[in-house]
Design a protein. Structure first.
Lengths: 186, 447
């Protein structure tokens, strides 16, 4: 039984909506689920922590869950602001493991790629798309993968993220569709 | 491997717990969290945890107290303290109390990942060795005999059943399979255990000497018999007499033995007095007694009397499950004997041992481990320590080889000829790559 509903992408103060369209297409392709892009919701000020001058990803996840469209299978928030999860100094993104929502940020993905400064702009879009698929993968119950090419592999830093592919390895892909078919996540 | 690592998060802030637990799950750990020290202690008592992430500052029982309890309940559990900057000094104290390390809040994902990986790897190593040791539980041991294979479990079961009877036992099996050990174990667990255990190797002595050894002699029974001597039968009175290599005794001795078994009495050489003995007889042989009977070299009536209960010890190569356990056992034994500190066996070495033919069975394995421990300082027994290391598969043409052994050897050769290029080797062997990979794995073929 295929999952019912859509994947919603919620921009939370993003500068470039064109990027988001590309990401939506990539997500749709990877998960084989229709993906819809909502209008820009503006910066997630409700999650701002003045002490840390960062945005609390837990609060964003909570808000995304509360405001999820009724036909949402998954909701992915995308922001340009620096995220932290209460216990960690920063995160690229966070997902509700085997849950509904995930959020990613481009803030820390702007780092210099491997090969140094010769490249003018880091492959931000590429990184963001991988991060989107990765965190959404977690919401479907996928854990980190030991195949370093796989999008579900845990990447230490952006350079590492540049090395992996933006797609699932065959094992993760099989697992993904196995879970989507309603089989329980251990 | 991480799938099995169990992490307990202890923090009074629910948000911290949730976000840590969520992240740990993604990292393939099994996670549970509790919000106070008391709950942590309860959980520690109920379940086993590999790692505890413990908050230093909690209301009520603080982290240091919890740490002490954890170390008492489960000393092998690794505790990582989580602390704010202000209390790094306290964390140093915690490490003195047995915490593995500390991390400063807010945590750096990369640092935590590295630290946990390090812990898991370390635990893995310890576990591999503990596991082996744990295998040596009662179930895998009977007296000093070690074996977890179904075949040995059956042997243990049989010993248990017959030990406390007075039934005569025939122990069969190739050389070095532990026949004498079994005889001793039977004796040690029977009601005769306070009586003597006397062992005689029948092949070691010429016929006449064997007879006088077994039955004793009167003064003047033959030249040189200047006084009366009791034989082993008499000495074993109230206990157990173990006759090894029973297939080697002469027809004449067989007759005498048969008489003792029938009448439970005998007379010394050169004597007439009938001596009654209460002896349990256990015999052993590495020969095929049935064949000897058929060929007329062994009396069938004696055979039936000796073979009331047959305990067969299969050759070591037919109970490979026992090899790691035995190797570990001998490693410990010779550690003590030679004052060494070996604590593990390289996987490759273990694979080679499991694949070897072991013509000398457990005795040979014992010698191999002894040699390894004598020639090196450790702490790991390596493949290169094994005497059969250079000739990975002994293809001398002497031993009959199983089809599988020939296949393994051939695959190894072709792989070598092709510089371990699996695709090319597969083409030569005319099988596909996956099949070849499976075979390499199955046979444990290594470069
Ligand atoms: N299952 C076992 N567990 C531990 N040690 C064993 C085991 N089997 C054999 N050994 C050891 O191997 C050596 C040989 O065992 P034992 O003398 O009992 O063999 P055997 O079958 O009587 O040999 P043979 O036929 O050559 O007389 C001994 O040192 C013994 O301690
Ligand atoms: Zn992840
Ligand atoms: Zn994968």
């Amino acid at each position: 039984m295929p999952p019912v509903g859509f994947i919603y992408i919620v921009p939370l103060g993003c500068h470039d909506m064109n990027d988001l369209e590309t990401i939506a297409l990539g997500v749709e392709e990877q998960f084989e689920i229709e993906t819809r892009l909502l209008e820009n919701k503006g910066p997630p000020d409700f999650a701002y922590d003045p002490l840390r001058t960062q945005y609390n990803s837990n609060l964003i996840l909570k808000r995304l869950l509360e405001t999820a469209p009724p036909d949402a299978l998954k909701v992915l928030g995308v922001t340009d602001f620096d995220l932290f999860s209460p216990i960690f100094s920063y995160v690229f993104g966070e997902a509700q493991f085997n849950g509904k929502c995930a959020v990613i940020s481009s803030f820390r993905l702007r780092g210099v790629p491997e090969g140094g400064e010769r490249l003018h702009c880091p492959p931000l879009l590429d990184r963001l798309e991988k991060e989107a698929v990765h965190e959404l993968g977690h919401t479907f119950g996928l854990r980190h993968c030991s195949d370093s090419d796989c999008v579900m592999s845990y990447s230490k830093g952006v350079q590492c993220a540049d090395r992996k592919f933006g797609v699932f390895c065959s094992a993760c892909r099989d697992l993904l569709f196995w879970y989507m078919a309603g089989n329980p996540v251990p | 491997m991480k799938e099995n690592a169990r992490v307990l998060v202890v923090d009074d802030e629910p948000m911290v717990c949730i976000s840590l637990a969520n992240w740990l799950k993604e990292e393939n750990y099994f996670v549970k969290y509790v919000n106070d020290g008391q709950a942590a202690i309860e959980t520690m008592k109920q379940e086993a945890w590999d790692i505890v992430l413990l908050d230093y500052k909690m209301p009520g029982m603080d982290g240091l107290d919890v740490l002490r309890h954890i170390k008492e309940i489960a000393p092998q559990t690794v505790v990582l303290m989580m602390t704010a900057y202000a209390s790094i000094a306290n964390s140093v104290q915690a490490m003195k109390e047995g915490a593995f390390d500390y991390v400063v809040k807010p945590l750096d994902v990369e640092e935590l990942t590295l630290m946990l990986n390090k812990i898991v790897e370390r635990q893995q190593l310890i576990a591999e060795n503990l596991l082996l040791r744990k295998h040596l539980t009662e179930r895998h041991k009977y007296e000093n005999i070690i074996g977890k294979s179904p075949a040995m479990q059956k042997v243990f079961e049989l010993i248990r059943t017959v030990a406390d009877t007075s039934a005569t036992l025939l122990v069969t099996g190739e050389t070095g399979t532990g026949k004498e050990m079994v005889a001793r174990a039977v004796h040690a667990t029977s009601s005769r255990r306070y009586g003597p255990f006397i062992a005689v190797s029948c092949s070691a002595l010429p016929e006449t000497l064997l007879e006088s050894e077994l039955f004793g002699y009167e003064k003047g029974a033959f030249t040189g018999a200047d006084r009366m001597r009791k034989g082993r039968f008499e000495l074993a009175h109230g206990g157990t007499l173990f006759l090894d290599e029973i297939g080697d005794i002469s027809m004449k001795t067989q007759v005498k033995l048969l008489r003792v078994l029938q009448e439970r009495s005998f007379s010394r050489l050169g004597g007439t007095e009938e001596i009654d003995v209460d002896v349990r007889l256990i015999t052993a042989t590495n020969q095929n007694l049935v064949r000897l009977v058929e060929e007329g070299h062994f009396r069938s009536d004696l055979f039936y009397r000796l073979n009331v209960v047959n305990l067969h010890l299969p050759p070591l190569r037919e109970r490979k499950d026992d090899i790691p356990l035995l190797a570990e056992h001998f490693m410990e034994k010779f550690n003590i004997e030679f004052n060494k500190k070996f604590n593990r066996i390289e996987r490759k070495a273990l694979e080679m041992m499991v694949g070897y033919y072991w013509p000398g069975n457990v005795r040979e394995l014992e010698n191999v481990i002894e040699r390894a421990i004598v020639i090196d300082q450790g702490p790991e027994i390596k493949a290169k320590h094994l005497p059969f290391y250079t000739c990975e598969t002994p293809l001398t043409g002497d031993e009959p080889l199983a089809l599988e052994d020939v296949e393994k050897e051939h695959i190894r050769k072709v792989l070598q000829q092709n510089q371990w290029n699996v695709s090319r080797a597969a083409k030569v062997l005319d099988i596909d790559r996956t099949t070849l990979h499976k075979k390499i794995q199955k046979f444990g073929i290594g470069k």
